[in-house]
Design a protein around this ligand. Structure first.
Ligand SMILES: Nc1ncnc2c1ncn2[C@@H]1O[C@H](COP(=O)(O)OP(=O)(O)O)[C@@H](O)[C@H]1O
Ligand SMILES: [Mg+2]
Length: 338
């Protein structure tokens, strides 16, 4: 509604040439013109707003069908909605234009399109390599056991990657739609982190990346959803391995701050780092730092899920520090249980 959108440029919209033309056409068609729904965009102070405009022709004569609702034309001399002077005996049709600001709906629609195209691309890549390696095996291209094993491993890794991507997508959509079932229980985080380390181990090994574990023994308890914290840590570890060149180091640590009643989980790497201009945006859905495209690709969903899990589900705090060319440290802080 107009009242709910105080910055709606009504004046501008009413004086817009396309709107004036639409209103003129409606008026010409007269009362039998019925209703017309058009979508119209207006640039207002740099931003483009989209309106769904419903136009109806009305007359002063009560509708014989309903004998209800008498519409009065909008007063005001400069108003383009004002009907022209009536010819004697003629009922000048007025036009009622209902403006519905659909900018947000259209933006969401665009986001969904981006999502589908970006995600399809990311799904296709591992699938293509699974198909290629299966084909090699089927065609008997792998002569010896070692080669076969190598192919099986590629297939397994790519299938795992596909699985993780799908898990991420489902979790994001469940949390965003408020349908996620959250199961928070007081627990230490090291067992969860070790599970994630086990999954990421082979990926790190392939790049000769040393993984260092500095976990505080579980003498503390945080109220955490096991599966979600696992998924968050897995995404942080996966990024650290992805964005660190061969031979680097990834450290995962938990630090308990008794005074502040917090536990910090942090993944630090010796990778390419994140430029200061990208730092404020890396937790946004689909955001990817342009400069890091050379080292790895991705849909830009991982950190957005981490943000949801940490902030929305656990009411925790995200932490990030990075220096280009030196490495990054990304983590989160959760409250300790009373
Ligand atoms: N450990 C890291 N080192 C360098 N860049 C990172 C790291 N973690 C995240 N980034 C940057 O943040 C962006 C967003 O991360 P993410 O949401 O996980 O997307 P994706 O992994 O699909 O690229 C990445 O594209 C990357 O540029
Ligand atoms: Mg990622």
């Amino acid at each position: 509604s107009l009242a709910a959108a105080p910055r709606t440029p009504v004046r501008q919209l009413l004086h817009d040439p396309k709107m004036i033309e639409l209103i003129r056409q409606m008026r010409q068609a007269g009362a039998r013109g019925g209703r017309r729904v058009v979508e119209h965009q207006v640039r207002s102070g740099g931003a483009v707003r989209t309106y769904q405009v419903t136009l109806s022709a009305v007359t002063d004569r009560p509708d014989p069908a309903t004998s209800a609702g008498v519409a009065t034309p909008v007063p005001g001399a400069a108003d383009p909605l004002r009907p022209p002077a009536a010819a004697p005996g003629d009922d000048p049709p007025g036009v009622v234009a209902v403006l519905h600001d659909v900018t947000h709906e259209r933006e969401v629609g665009q986001l969904k399109n981006d999502f589908v195209s970006s995600v399809s691309h990311e799904l296709r890549t591992p699938l293509a390599s699974i198909k290629a390696y299966v084909e090699l095996l089927v065609d008997g291209e792998a002569q010896d056991e070692a080669t076969k094993r190598e192919f099986y491993e590629v297939i397994q890794n790519e299938a795992n990657r596909l699985g993780r991507l799908i898990d991420n997508i489902l979790s994001i959509s469940r949390i965003e739609s408020g349908l996620a079932t959250v199961d928070r229980k007081p627990q230490g985080l090291d067992a969860i982190i070790r599970d994630a380390l086990e999954v990421i181990g082979p990926q790190a090994a392939r790049k000769q990346i040393t993984v260092v574990e500095r976990l505080t023994p579980a003498g503390y308890r945080a109220s955490a959803d096991r599966d979600m914290v696992y998924q968050a840590v897995l995404n942080l570890l996966s990024n650290a391995v992805k964005y660190t060149p061969e031979g680097g180091r990834v450290t995962v640590e938990t630090v308990v701050d008794e005074a502040r009643r917090k536990v910090v989980t942090r993944v630090t790497d010796t990778g390419v780092g994140i430029a200061p201009k990208d730092l404020p945006f890396i937790f946004d859905k689909f955001y990817r730092a342009e400069a890091n495209n050379r080292i790895a690709s991705g849909p830009g969903l991982g950190l957005s899920l981490v943000k949801h899990i940490v902030e929305t589900v656990h009411r925790g705090r995200l932490l990030v520090e990075s220096r280009v060319g030196e490495g990054s440290s990304v983590g989160f802080e959760l409250d300790l249980c009373a």
